[in-house]
Structures are given as C-alpha cells and as structure tokens.
Design a binder for this molecule. Structure first.
Ligand SMILES: [Ca+2]
Ligand SMILES: [Ca+2]
Ligand SMILES: [Ca+2]
Length: 356
C-alpha cells in the first residue's frame, strides 16, 4: 500500500512536471515570438526590406541579406545549389527559419568581402553572413591601384562599406573590413571576455544588448556607452572617465572635420557629409561646411576624389554606420581612426595614443 501510494504520487508528479515544462516552453516560445516581432529583423516596413518595392523584386546581389529566403538559398538549405541567390520577390524579413532552418546554426565558415574565410561559432554564422558589409580594405586598395595619392581622379567613386558591418568590425585585421595602412599592425578578433560572439551580447530575438543579464557581472554601468576598462586618453581630450565610446566619437568627429579641410584645401573642391543620403559625400556648393537644402542630391555627389581622401572617407563611413563599433572592437577602430587622421593630415599631433 505504502509502495503503490508513493508510486502513484511519483507518477502524478512526473505528469505534472511534464505539463509544467510544456507550459513553460509554450510561454517562452510566445516570448520569443514577441521579442522577434518587436525587433528590426521583423520590421517589414523598414527601408532594408522595402527598398525594392517599386521594382517588385530584390536583385540577386542584394537578396542574400535582405530576406531570409536569400540566406537559405545561398547556403542551399532550401535544396537549391549553394553559392547562388536568385532575385527574390519583395516582402521578406529575417524570419525564424533564417536561423532555425536545418544547417543554419552550424554554418561553420563564412566568407568576408576581403575574400577571407572565417570560422563561425555555433549560432553566429547567420549573423556573420549578413552583418559583414559589402566592401573591404583590400577592395579599396585594389580600386585605387596605380593612382597618385593626392591627385584628383574623376574615375574614383565613393566606395560604401554598407551598413552595420558588426562582424567585420569584431574580426578586425583578420576580416580587414576597414582600410588598413601599410606597415601598421592591427588588432585581430576582439579579445573580449566573454567570447566575442554576437550572441554573447545581443539577444538573437529582441537583438537588444542584454546589459543587465550579460554585462553587469563585469561592468558596473547601465549604459554600454559609459563602459571603459582602458586607462589611456586615446583621443587626447583630457577625459579618461568617458566611456570608450567617447574616445572613438571624438576621433571620428576629428576625422570628419579633417576630410572637409582636405577637400577644400588639397582636392580643391569643398565636400560635405550627409549621414542619411546615398552616396553620403556631396559637393559643398556654397563652401560653408554645412549641408544645405539641395546639396545632398545624387547629381551633386562628390566627384573630386583623390585616393588619400577616398580611403579616409571609407573609414569614416564604416564607423559612422557601425554604431556598436566601440563594443565590437574598440582597439581596431581606434587604431584605424588614428592612422587615417595621420595619413590625411600629415601628423596626429602628439596628444593621440594608439592602442598597442
Ligand atoms: Ca578621452
Ligand atoms: Ca572624447
Ligand atoms: Ca553647404
């Protein structure tokens, strides 16, 4: 009797636990769907998913990253030949199956725009594939081969690194996402503890940086922009309490100003930057250093590039379009910004400190 009672209790308990786990699974699944639905990946109205609506299809060279079906086709997860992506109908987003279709979590290697194949830890190959940019330092060098550093060349066009190339930033000198100056050493994959993985900081569903859950054990700040471990005053502004974000922001602003000076004084045509308008650099028609109405229009795109100026503009844009650069690989970004300033202005002044 005692025996069968405890057997019964045990059985009921097992059933209860199974029921509970199922309910919890259900709840966590609903949570995940809600988190994903509120994220940029699900935002069907975003420019990144509606850009081709007028044409009715996403061209083959864009579809890989601008619809989940593009990634599935690229890796052959949909049964098609791997390595190719057809033009796709508009209307796709980064849906669940982009990352959960069989094979996606275990993508082992990803090719970057520099041509380098890099290994991808579990669950991160999808992120590396789409957030790698579309241009590279070696690509910039090739486009400028054989040209004189300070000679205006009407054949030179602005090369856009593309947007939010976090995986290229994070891999630093191994991916060569930014233009790197000959003879200098650059930081490789960001040596961050915990492991530098997209998913060790971002929720793969809400995409948010999990500050409370994943950073507070080591960094005692709410705002990632305030995080600082380094002691050096990289940007030479006398402030060593600002987050590493502030060190990068100051250097980035200095580079922006140096590009305007170079355009006016060396290339001989004033230039202005417009963060929201392709191709971003325009002729500053009234030479006031500001973007005025009508200036940021495609026909007025800057057309007096020299090789030195293009390299600087490319690096400037790369950082402008990776708002997480300070967390993705601060050492690499500081190194490149300081080298770019030095190349463009002939000296960085003694105040700047280049990370080793
Ligand atoms: Ca500082
Ligand atoms: Ca600063
Ligand atoms: Ca102007």
């Amino acid at each position: 009797m005692r025996h069968s009672f405890s057997w019964l209790t045990g059985a009921v308990l097992v059933i209860c636990i199974a029921g509970l786990t199922q309910a919890q699974d259900q709840a966590s699944r609903e949570n995940i769907v809600a988190e994903w639905a509120s994220s940029a990946h699900a935002d069907a109205a975003a420019e990144a998913f509606t850009h081709w609506n007028d044409e009715g299809e996403i061209p083959d060279r864009c579809a890989l990253c601008h619809a989940g079906a593009g990634l599935r086709s690229f890796y052959g997860f949909d049964g098609s030949t791997a390595g190719e992506v057809p033009a796709l109908p508009t209307g796709g987003v980064v849906d669940c199956d982009t990352c959960h279709v069989a094979g996606a979590m275990t993508i082992a290697e990803v090719r970057f725009p520099s041509g380098t194949m890099l290994s991808a830890p579990f669950g991160n190959g999808t992120c590396f594939t789409c957030h790698q940019g579309r241009q590279s330092g070696p690509g910039v060098a090739t486009a400028l081969e054989g040209k004189e550093d300070d000679t205006v060349d009407p054949e030179i066009r602005f090369l856009n690194p593309h947007y939010k190339a976090a995986a290229a930033t994070m891999h630093g000198g191994v991916a060569q996402g930014m233009y790197e100056y000959p003879g200098k050493d650059y930081a490789d994959l960001y040596a961050h503890a915990p492991e530098p993985l997209c998913t060790s900081c971002h929720s793969p569903h809400s995409l948010e940086v999990q500050t409370e859950a994943l950073c507070s054990a080591c960094h005692r700040v709410d705002d990632p922009k305030a995080i600082r471990v380094s002691t050096a005053d990289f940007d030479g502004d006398g402030d060593t309490a600002e987050g590493i974000h502030g060190e990068i922001a100051t250097l980035h602003a200095q580079l922006g100003a140096a590009i305007l000076d170079y355009g006016r004084d060396t290339a001989g045509t004033p230039v202005v930057y417009s963060a929201g308008r392709y191709p971003y650099f325009f002729t500053d028609t009234d030479a006031d250093g500001e973007e005025d109405e009508g200036e940021a229009a495609y026909p007025n795109r800057y057309a007096s590039w020299t090789p030195r100026m293009l390299r600087a503009a490319y690096n400037y844009q790369f950082v402008a379009k990776d708002p997480g650069a300070y967390a993705h690989n601060p050492d690499y970004v500081l190194q490149v910004l300081i080298d770019t300033l030095e190349d463009l202005t002939g000296s960085t002044g003694s105040a700047l400190i280049r990370p080793e």
